[in-house]
Design a protein around this ligand. Structure first.
Ligand code: SF4
Length: 344
């Protein structure tokens, strides 16, 4: 595995360093996000926040603006909270002890094991989806890998098989094997360095493992959003979205309403009247709708342009030029809405 990894590993920016901050950042960005999508964000983020002290000192808005487009913004907020703790409690060094790493915001068992093994060669095995699939196939393990008891067994297997002379490379080798050879569909067993030890291969069931999990059903929702526009081309952005915590929380967004009803425009008009004292459905001009998917939610964005003589004064809201909202931390969905209003 180690010699295969040395020869075949992809050249990725976070593989050219042993700096714990950089490795930690890459692991956080790679959660739920593809490698190709992460690379440009990783490089840009490091130019702005080259070390943990700079990140700890930065304004949260600036951190979120540099994360904008990657999604799952709680990762960025936790990253900065953890940076502050690392500076205040660990003299600016990512802790070497597993329990101390685990106590940091946003760091779970996988991330703690990954950073400590790769940066410090501490003997902690990682277990993520790729590793679990490889282990399940080698051992011809049937059943739902994400079931808690099964996951614990796999963690124990991963820890037993860890090469303690090179834990960081070993962990990366198993993950790399899962990402590039032992792929979910059509594993390339003839190119695999562990083919002769693989039970699933011997039994001819590699493609059937692991058994598929039941997918969570997709929920369809409509997000009706109002682009209020004054004669100077300025608009109003707010921070929280009623009835929606995780999706856009703490990012700047247009006044909006999540609805499953058929007349989203009427619901939005009621919301604007009540919360912003902007009156009348007749003032709402529908814009081009767009689609936005977040985990199990399939969101239909239904934007409306609302021209007003004067933007309402609302506590905690911001008034900005519509063409310049990208300067603030906003989600891709908010950008799509702005593009519809600008006519891009
Ligand atoms: Fe995966 Fe095939 Fe290698 Fe087994 S032999 S670990 S199924 S790629």
């Amino acid at each position: 595995m180690l010699s295969w990894f040395a020869e075949r590993k992809r050249d990725l920016p976070w593989r050219r360093t042993r700096d714990a901050y950089r490795i930690w950042l890459s692991e956080i960005m790679l959660q739920q996000t593809r490698v190709a999508a992460v690379v440009p964000y990783y490089e840009k983020f490091l130019k702005t926040f080259p070390n943990v002290r700079v990140l700890a000192r930065a304004g949260t808005d600036r951190v979120l603006a540099n994360w904008a487009g990657l999604g799952y913004y709680s990762r960025a907020r936790n990253l900065q909270r953890a940076a502050k703790e690392i500076v205040s409690r660990h003299a600016g060094n990512f802790p070497r002890e597993y329990e101390a790493a685990l106590a940091l915001p946003g760091i779970g068992r996988y991330t703690a094991a990954a950073v400590l093994s790769i940066a410090y060669d501490e003997p902690h095995a990682v277990l993520d989806g790729n590793v679990a699939r490889v282990l399940a196939r080698i051992g011809a393990v049937r059943g739902d890998l994400r079931a808690p008891a099964m996951w614990r067994k796999l963690e124990a297997t991963a820890q037993e098989s860890l090469d303690r002379t090179a834990p960081g490379d070993w962990n990366q080798a198993v993950m790399e094997l899962g990402a590039t050879v032992c792929t979910p569909k059509s594993p390339r067993c003839t190119e695999c360095p562990v083919e002769k030890w693989c039970h699933a291969r011997a039994l001819g069931i590699a493609e059937k493992l692991p058994v598929a999990r039941k997918k969570r059903a997709t929920v369809e929702v409509t997000l009706a959003a109002a682009v209020l526009l004054d004669p100077r081309g300025r608009t109003l952005l707010v921070r929280q979205l009623d009835g929606d915590g995780a999706l856009f929380s703490r990012l700047w967004q247009f006044p909006a309403l999540e609805t499953t009803g058929s007349d989203a425009g009427a619901a939005l008009a009621g919301h604007l009247r009540e919360k912003f004292r902007v009156a009348g459905k007749s003032k709402l001009t529908p814009l081009t709708t767009a689609r936005h998917a977040v985990t199990f939610r399939n969101i239909r964005l239904e934007p409306y342009l609302v021209r007003v003589a004067r933007l309402p004064r609302v506590t905690g809201a911001r008034i900005v030029a519509l063409a310049q909202i990208r300067r603030l931390p906003i989600s891709n969905a908010t950008q799509k809405i702005a593009d519809a209003a600008i006519g891009r």
